[in-house]
Every structure is written in structure tokens, then in C-alpha cells.
Design a binder for this molecule. Structure first.
Ligand code: ZN
Length: 311
């Protein structure tokens, strides 16, 4: 569905088994594979002896046990969370209870924009961890250090409003969460996600020097800066496809999905529709596309009239 991006779908991990992935970083993959989570959620252990855990993962007792087993005889001093989807943060209370570590994240779950009247938010409620609350709310650029590691918080909204990536200074890498992944593009689905935020967050990472990313799902990403450029160009291409189709006449979202996504996994049709809605929200906000009322999943869309040149 996106042959313009050099995806890497190899994955050399056993579920709930600890494995070293970079200097000072070990990973434990949760056994929660799905079309949205690939082979499962990656929980990371940072440092050695006195460690941090990043993204404890889903509320799955086997995964919690595997993660705690991986750090037996070590002290967990910090817990970091990239975002509050149910495959990333619900194991926090159990890991916190077992270790006494403080929890660091951007903030609780929240939509990227107000919910429209009549909008079906069932999918959002199912995917979000509404119970999550960090002990320490981090701001962009804030630095947290432990024994032998230093993490810099990087706000990266788009996938969720509270998404945060973390630069691991000593290893010159970024924990990218679900914002940048090797196996797939990121779901940007309103009202949880926002395309304008997502693009700004990609451009923000593109300006950074770190060459290696470790993601919430899938394999590590070497040459990450180049990869981020592919992701930016891919979304620009999607936007161009939407505008091209609207250039032939007004259309609703199912029509746009059919025109744009060739060979789409049918299980991802709903996600594709929301992704198109995310683009349309951005295009309407920029005055390029018009619709009646706020952009909605059931709306009809057309190219906006060009403004008259100033007299
Ligand atoms: Zn997510």
C-alpha cells in the first residue's frame, strides 16, 4: 500500500524474551500481534543496574512478568511512556507497583481536537488508556537522567496529542514510539490524531542528528533521518492524490479511499478512512478543500474556490 517507503518487515525477536538492541538498551516484545501492532509492542529497558523502562506495554500478566524478570536483580528508577494507547501504557500500574518507580510522560490521554456532535468515538475509547496519569508531566526539551543514561523529551503530537519521543543521549538514538516505525506508516486518525501536528513532528525529527530510531513496534531503524524524509514525502504524495481526485469532482471519503489505496488490507479500511479524514481536516484548515460544517467522516469534499486576487 505504500511502496514508496523502504519498509523493513523483518523482525528478529521472540515474544516476552529480553534481547539487547543497542548499546545500553534491551527490548522485550509483548505477545500482542495484530494488523495495528505488527508483532507486538516493544518495551525497552534503558541502562544497566539502575534502569528505566520505556513503554511497559499492554496489561498482559505474561508480559509484565517477562519485563520484571528481565530486570531481576536490578533497580527500576524511572518509567517512561511515549503515548497512551492501550498497547503501550496499561501495564504501568503493575510495573510501578512492583518497582516503586516514578512515571514520566507528556500527560494524560486527550483528543487532538474537540469531539464533533454525533461523532462515533467508540474506536477511540477502545484504543485509549483513559486511566493513565504520569507522576511527572514532561515538557518539550526537558531532560531526565538516571544512572548512566540521559533522556531528552521531544513532543511529537500527531499519532496522539500526547505523543512523546525520547532522545537517548549516550547512545545517540531516539525512542520514536509510534511516530516513526520501520514496518508501517503511522495511524493518524482524528480526533485522537491530527495530520498537521504529525507532519510538524516529522519535520521536527528531520532536523535532529540522531541516526538510529527504536520504535514502539517493529525493527530498529538505521539511517533514520533518511527514513523520516521518506515518510514526509509519502504523506505529501497522499495529499496530492486526494487533491488530484477532488480535481475530478467532489467526493466522499469512501470514494477517496478507493481511489487512493490500491490493494489495501480490508481490515485496515476503517483506518484508511480516518487517515483520509486527517488529511482533509488539514486541507480544510489550510483553505485548500471545502466541506459543509466541520470535516467529518460522512462529509462531502471539494476543492475550495481560489480566493480572488487582491485588487
Ligand atoms: Zn499508538
Amino acid at each position: 500500500m505504500s511502496d514508496d517507503i523502504p519498509f523493513n518487515k523483518t523482525f528478529d525477536f521472540e515474544p516476552d524474551t529480553v534481547k539487547a538492541v543497542a548499546p545500553g538498551v534491551r527490548a522485550v516484545v509483548a505477545n500482542n500481534p495484530s494488523p495495528f501492532t505488527f508483532k507486538g509492542t516493544m518495551s525497552y529497558i534503558i541502562g544497566r543496574g539502575k534502569v528505566a523502562i520505556l513503554d511497559p506495554g499492554p496489561d498482559d500478566d505474561a508480559h509484565v512478568a517477562a519485563l520484571l524478570d528481565a530486570v531481576r536483580n536490578e533497580t527500576v528508577s524511572h518509567i517512561f511512556v511515549t503515548h497512551t494507547h492501550r498497547d503501550h501504557s496499561p501495564a504501568v500500574p503493575k510495573i510501578k507497583a512492583a518497582t516503586g518507580a516514578k512515571v514520566y510522560a507528556e500527560g494524560p490521554h486527550r483528543p487532538a481536537r474537540p469531539i464533533h456532535v454525533g461523532e462515533n468515538t467508540a474506536r477511540l475509547d477502545a484504543s485509549a488508556d483513559m486511566d493513565f496519569k504520569p507522576d511527572v508531566a514532561l515538557k518539550d526539551g526537558e531532560v531526565v537522567s538516571g544512572d548512566g543514561w540521559t533522556l531528552e523529551a521531544i513532543t511529537t503530537p500527531g499519532h496522539t496529542a500526547n505523543h512523546m519521543a525520547f532522545a537517548f543521549k549516550e547512545a545517540d538514538l531516539i525512542f520514536a514510539g509510534d511516530h516513526v516505525m520501520a514496518w508501517s506508516t503511522t495511524i493518524v486518525a482524528p480526533p485522537d490524531g491530527a495530520m498537521s501536528d504529525y507532519m510538524a513532528s516529522l519535520r521536527k525529527l528531520a532536523r535532529r542528528p540522531e541516526p538510529l530510531y527504536l520504535s514502539g513496534h517493529g525493527a530498529p531503524i538505521p539511517e533514520a533521518r533518511r527514513y523520516v524524509q521518506f515518510l514526509i514525502r509519502h504523506r505529501q504524495g497522499r495529499e496530492a492524490s486526494i487533491l488530484h481526485r477532488l480535481g475530478k469532482g467532489a467526493a466522499d471519503i469512501p470514494t477517496l479511499v478507493k481511489a487512493i489505496y490500491i490493494g489495501l488490507d480490508p481490515r485496515l479500511t476503517g483506518a484508511a478512512a480516518l487517515s483520509v479524514l486527517a488529511h482533509l481536516e488539514d486541507l480544510v484548515a489550510r483553505g485548500v478543500v471545502a466541506t459543509e460544517g466541520p470535516p467529518s467522516i460522512a462529509g462531502h469534499y471539494r476543492l475550495a474556490e481560489l480566493p480572488l486576487p487582491a485588487a
